[in-house]
Design a protein around this ligand. Structure first.
Ligand code: AMP
Length: 418
């Protein structure tokens, strides 16, 4: 037999029940918040054709160049574990002819995503994202709605030290003209740039704004910004988004260097961060991606959306599970028939109560201690020799003797509904 220690793969983690309860609570917040705003829950496959991400996320992005978990299936097709959710949502929009539905189509999702990144605190190879997309309208109120919804989600989760960065990338044409200008500017000061930025100067010069490299940062501090080059239409669109956020009282920093890691963004882009998180400070972000649906073979369709990292929200927040029902614990005195306990557990559960029974051979004293530790609301002690059933209220310590199982169920039900 091989002796190696078996562990979860690098960059992945098990979600144990306590953590799962916090995640469930976050899911509930999403469902309530997004449901109320008209977003319907949506699921797409965990793997898709590699081509979807190459086209949808962009060939020059880190995600596509370095981070995809790509494999061949038995039929020789190239598949990829989804690194993000927007491309899949747009693929589904096109595939199901959702442009024929009343627009915009509002979708939200929650599930696992995969990126082959170097793991560190807050950065994993499998992580969970919640996301929301509004596809089929360029109305600036949708940009504002989505930003506010993500802000509310983070606030309701109790996220600490949170801030919002906001910018606009303009339309594809403005961006192309601006990118030419930026490339020319960078080329003129090429000697001061990092090797990485220089290597991407043609494919993705905007990434230079993201660089940590000292020389590059100095060059970027004086670089022309896209915000100053927006066409009047895009500038008006952005002004309206800002006005709606201002009216809602959501504070933000304008950050013309904000670059999202995906190629498809146009106009509004935004990112929520928390100083609580250290280097991986991004809680969630998104923006408008008016060209993506068309790029994936659909009709020209404006859209806007975001994705937020569940693990990072949990790290930076104190979201707690809502009070869940405390169980009844069934203990056995000497000589009790375990089958009586098994029957009682079934009856209690059938009546809608949480119930467990002793199944590890503890002494009666050990059983009571266990009931206390597990947070049982009541402990039921089944006596030996048929002398009835004792029900102990763990809060008050009061003990009541009842005639049999039916009476015990009745009493516990009445207590639970108090
Ligand atoms: P993105 O899809 O890159 O815009 O990411 C949206 C959010 O997902 C980020 O702000 C993070 O909170 C989260 N996220 C992205 N990549 C990872 C990762 N490798 N590990 C954990 N969370 C991540």
């Amino acid at each position: 037999m091989p002796q190696g220690k078996l562990q979860a793969p690098r960059g992945t983690a098990d979600v144990l029940p306590e953590e799962a309860a916090r995640r469930r609570e976050l899911g509930r917040i999403c469902e309530e918040l997004l449901g109320r705003a008209g977003y319907g829950q949506f699921e797409s496959p965990v793997f898709e054709d590699t081509d979807l991400f190459a086209r949808g996320v962009g060939e020059s992005t880190d995600i596509v160049q370095k981070e995809m978990f790509t494999f061949e299936d038995k039929g020789g097709r190239s598949l990829t574990l989804r690194p993000e959710g927007t491309a899949g949502a747009c693929r589904a929009y096109v595939q199901h002819g959702m442009h024929k539905l009343p627009q915009p189509v509002r979708l939200w999702y929650l599930g696992p995503f995969f990126r082959h990144e170097a793991p560190q605190a807050g950065r994993f190879r499998q992580f969970a994202q919640a996301g929301a997309e509004a596809i089929g309208s360029d109305d600036p109120s949708l940009d504002a709605e989505l930003i506010l919804l993500l802000g509310q989600l983070l606030e309701q989760a109790g996220t600490r030290k949170m801030r919002l960065r906001l910018s606009s990338l303009g339309s594809a044409d403005t961006r192309a003209a601006y990118l030419d200008e930026l490339r020319a500017y960078l080329r003129a000061r090429e000697g001061e740039l990092s090797d990485e930025v220089r290597a991407r100067l043609d494919s993705n010069p905007l990434r230079a704004f993201d660089a940590d490299h000292h020389g590059t940062r100095a060059v970027m501090a004086e670089a022309p910004t896209l915000l100053d080059r927006l066409e009047p239409e895009d500038a008006d669109h952005f002004a309206e988004v800002r006005a709606l956020l201002d009216e809602a009282g959501l504070a933000y920093e304008l950050d013309p260097s904000l670059v999202r890691g995906l190629d498809y963004y146009t106009r509004t882009v935004f990112e929520f961060e928390s100083d609580e998180l250290g280097a991986q400070s991004g809680l969630g972000g998104g923006g408008r991606y008016d060209g993506l649906v068309e790029r994936l073979g659909g009709p020209p369709t404006p859209a806007v959306g975001w994705a937020a990292g569940i693990e990072r929200i949990l790290l930076a927040s104190d979201v707690r599970p809502r009070d869940e029902q405390r169980p009844v614990f069934i203990a056995f005195a000497d000589g009790a028939d375990a089958r009586d306990g098994f029957r009682l557990v079934r009856s209690l559960r059938a009546a809608g109560l949480a119930a467990e029974m002793e199944q590890a051979g503890r002494s009666l004293k050990g059983q009571l201690k266990h009931g206390d530790r597990m947070g049982a609301r009541s402990v039921v002690i089944i006596g030996g020799g048929g002398e009835g059933i004792e029900v102990k209220d763990m809060e008050t310590g009061d003990q009541v003797r009842v005639g049999g199982a039916a009476q015990a169920v009745e009493l516990l039900l009445a207590e639970a509904s108090e």
